[in-house]
Design a protein around this ligand. Structure first.
Ligand code: PGA
Length: 262
């Protein structure tokens, strides 16, 4: 992790916690971090609850002025219209979301999201002032056939086609085989792919922007392995799934600098 990039710890709740549970969780998370005197300069913290929780999270964060960011797990590539079940980036912006996850592997595989759709969603996020947390990653089969970085690099190029990355971007490298499997990539693997992704960013958007963009690792991140990832030069944080639903575990991940002396 480079000194000029604030580490980013993001909790992807997936389809867990209703709005009442979300209120309780966010409140406890904020207390836990305040208790531990967490310094926002050590890590920016964001949660990504289901759509139905966002209004409650917004109200709580605003009322108590909590040092937490939040965002949605997806958005529509369209702004409004006859798209039953879709959620516009305009609505997310109205809820003061700062971020939106785009192209998570569960969207790509379970919902057949193509690179072209991911690209359209990145543009939609930017139209509404939202920062995409753009997920890329290879399957176990891709890894065997093409090595670790080929697929994530191709996905990144496709997602950024015609995009002004200067409008805000976070990239999350999430090997599909590591998600929810308990088998995280090694820090060295994560570093290699993160460096390749930063190289692509430099090529597309220039060195300065590439150096300022945070690249996260995701896939079975826990309190015991977070510090090793963050020691790598090009890994600037984590997108955390399962462990983000466990308050002690997640708050320990956020405080990675303190508890493991990274
Ligand atoms: P995991 O999920 O931490 O449960 O592996 C990560 C993700 O899907 O973003």
């Amino acid at each position: 992790m480079a000194v000029n990039r604030t580490p980013f710890i993001a909790g992807n709740w997936k389809m867990n916690l209703d709005h009442l549970q979300a209120i309780a969780f966010v409140q406890k998370l904020a207390w836990s971090l305040a208790d531990a005197k967490h310094d926002a300069a050590d890590a920016e913290v964001a949660v990504f609850p289901p759509f139905t929780d966002l209004r409650s999270v917004q109200t709580l964060v605003a009322a108590d002025d909590l040092p937490l960011a939040y965002g949605a797990q997806d958005l529509s590539q369209h702004d409004s219209g006859a798209y039953t079940g879709e959620v516009s980036g305009a609505f997310l912006a109205k809820l003061d979301c700062r971020y939106v996850i785009i192209g998570h592997s569960e969207r790509r595989t379970l919902h057949g999201e193509s690179d072209a759709e991911v690209n359209a969603k990145v543009k939609a996020a930017h139209r509404h002032g939202l920062i995409p947390v753009l997920c890329v990653g290879e399957t176990a089969e891709d890894l065997e056939q093409h090595g670790a970085s080929a697929v994530p690099v191709a996905q990144l190029r496709a997602a950024l086609e015609g995009v002004d990355a200067g409008k805000g971007l976070v990239v999350a490298y999430e090997p599909v085989w590591a998600i929810g499997s308990g088998k995280a990539a090694t820090p060295d693997q994560a570093q290699q792919v993160a460096a390749a992704l930063r190289g692509v960013l430099a090529e597309i958007a220039g060195e300065e922007l590439a150096a300022a963009t945070r690249i996260l690792y995701g896939g079975s991140v826990k309190a015991v392995n977070i510090a090793a990832f963050l020691r790598e030069a090009d890994v600037d944080g984590a997108l955390v799934g399962g462990a983000s639903l466990d308050l002690d575990e997640f708050s320990s991940i956020v405080r990675f600098k303190k508890h493991v002396g990274a």
